[in-house]
Design a protein around this ligand. Structure first.
Ligand SMILES: C[S@@+](CC[C@H](N)C(=O)[O-])C[C@H]1O[C@@H](n2cnc3c(N)ncnc32)[C@H](O)[C@@H]1O
Length: 390
C-alpha cells in the first residue's frame, strides 16, 4: 500500500460506555492516493494539531506516532456498495449484505444491542475473557502483537490488552474494521487508557486488511476474531476466511475465535429480536443507509424484523418483511423495486456452533483446536487454535 503524508483526523468523540472518559489524541492518518477526500466525512487538518477535550494531558498526546490508521475502506467503497445493493435487491429472493450494517450509526446501534438484556453473547464472551485473560496471554509468553479482525468498540479486548501489558513492557494492537469511525473512536479510547500500547489500525474489509498487514516481527502474534463474527459467514465462506487468516500466520502464531453455541430457540430468537427494538433499528438502518447514500425512499416504518432459528441449518435467519405492497425508488441506481406485502429481504444469518463443528472447521483450514473456554452458563465459547500444516 502506498502511503500519503500523514494527517490528523479530527473526530467528534463522545463519552464511551462503562463511563470511561475519552481523551482526544492526535494521530497519523494514512490514505491511499485513489481515495477521494471530497467524499470523506473527515476533514483532515495539518499534522501536529491536537484535540484536548479533557484539560488533563495523557502521555499519548505527546506521542502521535502511537496511532496510525490506514484507511483502505474508502477505496472503491461507494461503487462496491452500489453494486451490492443493486445485485441484492434485484435477486430472488432479495437480500442485503450484513457488512453494510456498520456505517457510523450502525456501529453505535450495535454497541446498544450489546447492552440489551436479550443479547447475551457480548456479556458471555466478556465473562470468559475476564476470567481467562491471563491464561490466554500465558499461551503466548513472548508475543507483543495482538491483531483483531472486526474489532468494533474493542471493549472486550481490553481484558486481553490488560493481561498482555501486565506481562510485557509494550504491546502493538492491530485492529481491523470496515467502520472507520468505530475504529478511530475505539483506538483513541484505548490509547487514553494504556500508555504502553501502540496501535496500527486498518479501516478495511477483512480480506483487504489481511493482504495489507505489516510484517509481524520475530515474536508470535495472537489473532482475535471475537463476537461470533464467524457466524455471519456461510460455512464455505467461513472455511475460506479461516484459510485466509491461516495463510498470513506463521507456525508459532495463534488464533482466538469467539463462537456462539447452539442452544434453545427461545433464547436465540430473543437475542436477535429484543423487546426494545434496538436490533430492529440496527437492521433497518441498512435501509436508512441506502436512503442516505443512494438517494432512495424506503419507508422505514413499512418493514418488520423477522428473526427465526432454523434448527436444521443451525442458524438464526434475520430478514426485513415488507408490511405492505410498496414500490421503492433508488435514484442513484436508477432502480425501482416492487415489494409484495409479506415479501422478505434477507439481511444476515448468524450460524451457531458446537465444539465438534469448531474442531472440524479448524482441521479443514490449517488449525488445531487446543483449548476452549466457556462462560458459566455455557452459552458461548472462546477457542484457541494453534497453527498446523496446510
Ligand atoms: C458483530 S460486530 C462485533 C464487534 C466486536 N468484535 C465484538 O465482539 O463486540 C462485527 C464487527 O465487524 C465489523 N465488520 C463486519 N463486516 C466486516 C468486514 N467484512 N470487514 C471488516 N470488518 C467487518 C463491523 O464493523 C463490526 O465492528
Amino acid at each position: 500500500m502506498r502511503r500519503m503524508a500523514a494527517q490528523v483526523l479530527p473526530l467528534n468523540i463522545r463519552k464511551k460506555r462503562f463511563g470511561q472518559p475519552v481523551t482526544r489524541l492526535p494521530f497519523l492518518y494514512s490514505r491511499t492516493r485513489c481515495d477521494n477526500p471530497a467524499s470523506s466525512q473527515y476533514r483532515p487538518t495539518p499534522l501536529k494539531r491536537t484535540f484536548d477535550l479533557n484539560a488533563k494531558k495523557s502521555s499519548a498526546e505527546t506521542s502521535p506516532s502511537r496511532l496510525v490508521i490506514h484507511d483502505l475502506a474508502q477505496r472503491n467503497g461507494h461503487a462496491e456498495f452500489s453494486q451490492d445493493v443493486r445485485a441484492g435487491l434485484t435477486s430472488n429472493p432479495r437480500h442485503l449484505f450484513p457488512k453494510y450494517l456498520y456505517d457510523e450509526l450502525g456501529s453505535r446501534l450495535f454497541e446498544a444491542i450489546c447492552e440489551v438484556d436479550e443479547y447475551y453473547p457480548t456479556r458471555a464472551e466478556d465473562e470468559i475473557l475476564k476470567t481467562h485473560a491471563e491464561e490466554i496471554a500465558g499461551c503466548l509468553p513472548t508475543s507483543d502483537t495482538l491483531i483483531e479482525l472486526g474489532s468494533g468498540s474493542a471493549e472486550k479486548t481490553r481484558r486481553l490488552i490488560e493481561a498482555f501489558t501486565r506481562q510485557r513492557q509494550e504491546l502493538l494492537f492491530i485492529p481491523v474494521d470496515i467502520s472507520p469511525t468505530a475504529l478511530a473512536t475505539s483506538a483513541q479510547a484505548l490509547l487514553g487508557s494504556y500508555p504502553n500500547l501502540r496501535i496500527e489500525a486498518y479501516a478495511a474489509d477483512y480480506y483487504q486488511a489481511l493482504a495489507a498487514l505489516p510484517d509481524f516481527g520475530p515474536h508470535p502474534v495472537l489473532v482475535l476474531f471475537l463476537g461470533s463474527n464467524i457466524g455471519n459467514f456461510e460455512p464455505p465462506e467461513a472455511r475460506r476466511f479461516l484459510h485466509a487468516i491461516r495463510r498470513v500466520l506463521r507456525p508459532h502464531d495463534v488464533l482466538l475465535l469467539g463462537a456462539d453455541l447452539k442452544k434453545d430457540r427461545q433464547t436465540l430468537e430473543a437475542a436477535y429480536n429484543d423487546a426494545l427494538g434496538v436490533t430492529r433499528a440496527f437492521i433497518v438502518n441498512e435501509l436508512a443507509r441506502i436512503n442516505r447514500e443512494l438517494d432512495a425512499n424506503f419507508d422505514l416504518w413499512a418493514f418488520g424484523l423477522r428473526s427465526s432459528y432454523n434448527e436444521a441449518m443451525g442458524r438464526v435467519e434475520v430478514s426485513l418483511e415488507s408490511l405492505r405492497a410498496q414500490s421503492v425508488n433508488i435514484r442513484a441506481l436508477d432502480l425501482t423495486i416492487d415489494l409484495a406485502a409479506g415479501e422478505k429481504i434477507h439481511v444476515e444469518n448468524a450460524y451457531k456452533y458446537d465444539l465438534d463443528d469448531l474442531r472440524t472447521l479448524g482441521n479443514e483450514t490449517g488449525f488445531a483446536l487446543e483449548r476452549t473456554w466457556l462462560d458459566s452458563a455455557e452459552r458461548f465459547s472462546s477457542n484457541l487454535f494453534r497453527v498446523t500444516d496446510l
